[in-house]
Each structure stands twice: as structure tokens, then as C-alpha cells.
Write a protein that binds this ligand. Structure first.
Ligand code: IMP
Length: 197
């Protein structure tokens, strides 16, 4: 089975490829298709709505089964911010290094601050729309640690491992992360659908 990963985010593509490979699902990216010019505006009021918007648009353009996601970082003492706006925090063109520094400043004396990553993933093949959710809890810390991963990973500390999400291996992140949990749950639903149950 082949599925198009509906994103340009290289960090997510890297993770999805590994997650799908475990289940013998081949991950395609937009680079496997002739160039298309389109944008998906994240106008939804929730992660799920945004993930559905992406899945429908990518299917409309490429006409192959797609998996999309919408995810974010929620900091408890900031009432869940940056949340659905995590990639647009400050502005979409601002570097993640700057976003991480600004977030640490915003949290101020509440650091280390309880936070969690959330991911909603959606599958769409022109007929069936499936979705699943995953999350992972951690602490936002005041210093950057590690070089793996992407986005807010270097300041997201996992007490169970005494490491940030950017210090753990790709393999471990792909077992415990919000995206990994959501993806595993989605794949179960896809398998059930394909087996006709
Ligand atoms: P979107 O799903 O494209 O709207 O972007 C989600 C944003 O949430 C990313 O750009 C990151 O800022 C953040 N994010 C989501 N998942 C992760 C992750 O696994 N590590 C670090 N940051 C993440």
C-alpha cells in the first residue's frame, strides 16, 4: 500500500516514513509527483479540522490516498498556548530557535513548565475518512538540549528518560511521541477498514 504524506515539513516526513515502514506502508511525498502550486490555509478551529482540510486538499490535488496531521505544543500555564498556532507562533517565517527562546521568556518563572504535544492524524482515500489522536506529556525547560527532531523538541524534557525530545533517538521518538501514538492508532483503523471489518 502507498500513501502520500500531506506535508512539506521535513521533520514530520522523516518520522512518518519510519512509522509507516514498520507496517509495510510505502510513504510518498509531494516530491514523487509533478510540481503543483497550492496552499492549504489552516483555518480550522481545531487540530482535527485542520488535519481534515489538509487531507481533502492533498487528495483533490494528487488523487491518491493521503495521511495528514495537525499537531502542536500546549503549555499548561499559558492556557494551552501556542497550541493550534505552534507553527505560526510569532510568525510562520520566524526561526524555531527564536520561537523557542520567546516561549521560554513567555513562561518566565514558571519554568520548568508542564506541557504536552498533541497530534491528530487523518487518512483519506476519496471515500473513507479516518482519524486518530496521540499525545505526550513533558516539561518545557530553560535551556536547549539535543539536536535530533525538529520544532520545540530541544526544550521539551521527558522526565521518564531524563532527556529532551531532541536527545532521544529517532527510534524512541517514533515509539513514544504524540505522532507515533496517533499514527499507530490510525494504521489499526486503516487495517480494519481494508480487511472489511
Ligand atoms: P502543523 O501541524 O504543521 O500546524 O505544525 C505543528 C507545529 O507544532 C510544528 O511546526 C512544531 O512547531 C510543533 N510540533 C508538532 N510536533 C512536534 C514535534 O514532534 N516536535 C517538535 N515540535 C512539534
Amino acid at each position: 500500500m502507498k500513501v502520500l504524506i500531506a506535508t512539506h515539513n521535513q521533520g514530520k516526513i522523516h518520522e512518518f516514513k519510519a512509522l509507516l515502514k514498520k507496517h509495510q506502508i510505502e510513504a510518498l511525498t509531494v516530491k514523487d509527483f509533478p510540481p503543483q502550486s497550492f496552499e492549504v490555509e489552516e483555518t480550522g478551529a481545531s487540530y482535527l479540522e485542520n488535519a481534515v482540510l489538509k487531507a481533502l486538499k492533498y487528495y483533490e490535488v494528487y488523487q491518491v490516498p493521503v495521511i495528514s496531521d495537525d499537531s502542536g505544543l500546549e503549555v499548561v500555564c499559558l492556557d494551552g498556548a501556542p497550541g493550534i498556532k505552534s507553527s505560526r507562533f510569532l510568525d510562520s517565517h520566524v526561526s524555531f530557535e527564536t520561537k523557542r527562546k520567546a516561549l521560554i521568556q513567555l513562561i518566565g518563572s514558571n519554568i520548568p513548565a508542564e506541557a504536552f504535544f498533541v497530534a491528530y492524524v487523518v487518512y483519506y482515500d476519496g471515500h473513507t475518512l479516518l482519524n486518530a489522536r496521540g499525545d505526550i506529556t513533558g516539561l518545557i525547560i530553560h535551556e536547549e538540549r539535543g539536536t535530533n527532531g525538529f520544532g520545540y523538541d530541544p526544550i521539551f524534557f521527558l522526565p521518564d528518560y531524563q532527556k529532551t525530545m531532541a536527545e532521544i533517538s529517532d527510534n524512541l521518538k517514533n515509539t513514544i511521541s504524540h505522532r507515533a501514538k496517533a499514527c499507530e492508532a490510525l494504521i489499526k483503523k486503516i487495517q480494519l477498514m481494508r480487511s472489511g471489518l
